[in-house]
Design a protein around this ligand. Structure first.
Ligand code: F6P
Length: 491
C-alpha cells in the first residue's frame, strides 16, 4: 500500500476511537464452493460493492456481514457462521447469513432485482412488485439485523450498503439506539414520481431514515432522495423524525493496486495468450467488461459496433472487440432475454463481417478472472463503458488505472455517474447508435500524441482520488456523528 493511502486509512481508524466497524452487504466478498475433485475453493464474486469494500476492510479490520451464497460456505465457518478472510492474509471477519431457496427467489431475485433494481434505474416497464416478495424482503432484513446485533457492541459503527437492506437501519436502531448506523446507496436514486411506484416506498424511506448518515455517489441522487422524503411525508412528519445527514461521496477504486496488478508478469503472460488465441497482433483491440445486465448497454454497444463496421469498411479485419459478460442474476427472465439478445447480435456481426482469420466480436459468457481482465484493459486501444444509467461504474476507473502503457482511450456513457468525475474520455449516448458508433471511431482513430495526452490526464485524474479517499470522507462524516452522539449532542 502506498504511503498516502496508508495515511488515509490511519486517519479513518483514529476517528473511530475504539469503536468497531461492522459493514453489511447482501453479496459476500468471498464465496466457498466445491470443485469437481471435491476440494473446497474460494472465489471472489463479481460486483462493484465488494470489489470496492474488500481492500478497505483488509486495511481497517472489523466484521463484514453478508449472505453466504457459496455452495460450501457452511462447511468452512465456525459455530457463529464466521470465517476470517481473505484466505491468503486473514485480516477481517466475514459473518455469513443463511437464506433459504425461497428467500433467495423472493427477496434477492424477486423484490430486490425484479423490483428495486429496475426502479432505481428508471426502467419502469421492467419493474414488478408482489406482496409475498415484500414479506420475504422484510423477513430477510430481519435476519440480517439479528446477525449484525450479534456482532455489534452497543456503541459500534454499522455501515449498511445498498438497496437490499433498506429496512436494516430502523431495525438496528430499535434494538440498540446507541449504534451509529450509516448507509451508502451504490446505484442511482430515482425521482419521486418513479420511486412512488413501489407500493412500500414509505416503509423503505422510513427504514433508511433511521440512519445517521446516508451517502450517494452524486449530488443529483441526494436531491432525488430528499425530494422523495418531502413528497412522501408531511412537513410535520419530517420535523418530528430525526432525519439523517445526506451527502454525496463518489466511490473510487484502489488505483495503486490496479496499476501494480497490470504490470505483473502473469498479466503480461495473459496478454500474450489473448493475442495468440484471438489473433490480435497488428489489430486494434477494443474491450467491454461487465455483469450481463440490461442496464449496462451491451446490446446497444454491439449495434453501434455493427454500424461502425458498416460505415467504416476499412476497420474490417483490423478491429477486434473483446466483450466480457459475467453471468448475473440468471434466474430472472429479463436477464435470460438479455443473454439471448447479446448472443444473437454477436453472431450476426461475426457472420456478416468475420472471416477465416478474424472474429470481429469475441464474447466471454463466463466469470473471467481479474488478472485476465487486467490483461484486456492493458492491451486495449479502446474500452467502451456504455450504461443506459449507472450509479458510478468502476470499470471506467479500473480501465484508466490499468493504462500503464498509456495506450487505451475510454468511451464513456454520459449516463454513468462516473461521467461527472472522468473528464478525459470520449462521451457517448448509448441510445443513439449512429453517434455512439462515431464516438467509438473517434477513440479508435485518435492520433498517438492526442491519445497519450488524454490518457495521461485521465490517469492523473484517477490517481488523485482513490477508494481510500472515498472511505475516509464517508467515515470521517460518520465519526463526527458518532462523536456528537457520545458527547450527548443531537446529530
Ligand atoms: O452495485 C450494485 C450491486 O447490486 C451490488 O450491490 C452487487 O454486489 C453488485 O451489484 C452485483 O450484483 P449481485 O450481487 O446481484 O450479483
Amino acid at each position: 500500500m502506498e504511503q498516502n493511502d496508508q495515511e488515509t486509512i490511519d486517519f479513518s481508524k483514529k476517528w473511530f476511537k475504539g469503536r468497531n466497524l461492522v459493514i453489511v452487504t447482501n453479496r459476500e466478498p468471498y464465496a466457498h464452493s466445491h470443485a469437481e475433485d471435491g476440494d473446497i475453493v474460494c472465489s471472489i464474486p463479481t460486483g462493484g460493492v465488494t470489489a470496492a469494500m474488500d481492500p478497505v476492510m483488509q486495511e481497517m479490520g472489523g466484521t463484514w456481514v453478508a449472505w453466504g451464497s457459496g455452495g460450501a460456505d457452511k462447511d468452512v465457518v465456525d459455530s457463529r457462521s464466521r470465517i476470517k478472510v481473505p484466505p491468503i492474509k486473514p485480516s477481517y471477519t466475514l459473518k455469513r447469513v443463511w437464506l433459504s431457496a425461497n428467500e433467495v427467489a423472493n427477496y434477492y431475485s424477486g423484490y430486490c432485482n425484479e423490483g428495486l433494481w429496475p426502479l432505481a434505474h428508471n426502467l419502469v416497464s421492467k419493474v414488478r412488485f408482489d406482496n409475498f416478495k415484500w414479506k420475504a424482503y422484510v423477513r430477510v432484513n430481519r435476519k440480517f439485523a439479528s446477525a449484525v446485533l450479534d456482532e455489534a457492541g452497543d456503541r459500534d459503527v454499522v455501515w449498511v450498503h445498498d438497496y437490499h437492506l433498506m429496512l436494516l437501519p430502523e431495525m438496528l436502531k430499535k434494538e440498540k439506539p446507541g449504534l451509529t448506523v450509516v448507509f451508502f446507496w451504490h446505484i442511482p436514486w430515482p425521482q419521486h414520481d418513479i420511486f412512488k411506484i413501489c407500493p412500500d416506498h414509505k416503509s423503505l424511506l422510513r427504514g433508511i431514515c433511521a440512519s445517521d448518515l446516508v451517502g450517494f455517489h452524486i449530488p443529483r441522487y441526494c436531491r432525488n432522495f430528499q425530494e422523495c422524503l418531502e413528497r412522501a411525508f408531511t412537513r410535520e412528519q419530517i420535523w418530528s423524525a430525526a432525519m439523517p445527514r445526506v451527502e454525496p461521496f463518489p466511490i473510487s477504486i484502489d488505483v495503486r493496486d490496479i496499476e501494480r496488478g497490470a504490470r505483473t508478469a502473469r498479466v503480461k503472460k495473459f496478454m500474450k495468450q489473448l493475442r495468440d488465441r484471438y489473433r490480435l497482433d497488428g489489430r486494434i483491440v477494443g474491450c467491454g467488461v461487465e455483469r450481463l445486465d440490461y442496464t449496462k448497454g451491451i446490446p446497444e454497444r454491439l449495434e453501434a459496433l455493427e454500424i461502425l463496421f458498416d460505415k467504416r469498411p476499412e476497420l474490417r479485419g483490423k478491429f477486434t472487440f473483446l466483450q466480457v459478460c459475467s453471468p448475473s442474476r440468471g434466474e430472472i427472465s429479463e436477464y435470460k432475454s438479455i443473454k439471448t439478445r447479446v448472443v444473437e447480435l454477436t453472431n450476426r456481426i461475426n457472420s456478416r463481417f468475420g472471416s477465416d482469420d478474424w472474429t470481429p466480436v469475441v464474447a466471454f459468457h463466463r466469470k473471467v478472472p481479474f488478472e485476465h481482465i487486467l490483461a484486456m484493459y492493458r492491451m486495449a486501444d479502446v474500452a467502451v463503458v456504455s450504461p443506459l444509467v449507472d450509479g458510478m461504474n468502476l470499470v471506467a476507473k479500473e480501465f484508466i488505472a490499468a493504462q500503464v502503457d498509456e495506450k487505451g482511450i475510454l468511451v464513456l456513457s454520459e449516463f454513468a455517474g462516473a461521467a461527472g468525475s472522468i473528464k478525459n474520455a470520449i462521451p457517448c449516448n448509448p441510445f443513439e447508435r449512429d453517434s455512439f458508433a462515431d464516438s467509438i471511431y473517434r477513440a479508435v482513430a485518435m492520433p498517438p500524441d492526442e491519445r497519450k495526452a488524454m490518457i495521461r490526464a485521465a490517469r492523473d485524474e484517477a490517481g488523485s482520488y482513490t477508494v481510500f479517499d472515498w472511505v475516509n470522507g464517508f467515515l470521517k462524516a460518520a465519526s463526527e456523528i458518532a462523536g456528537l452522539k457520545s458527547a450527548g449532542l443531537e446529530v
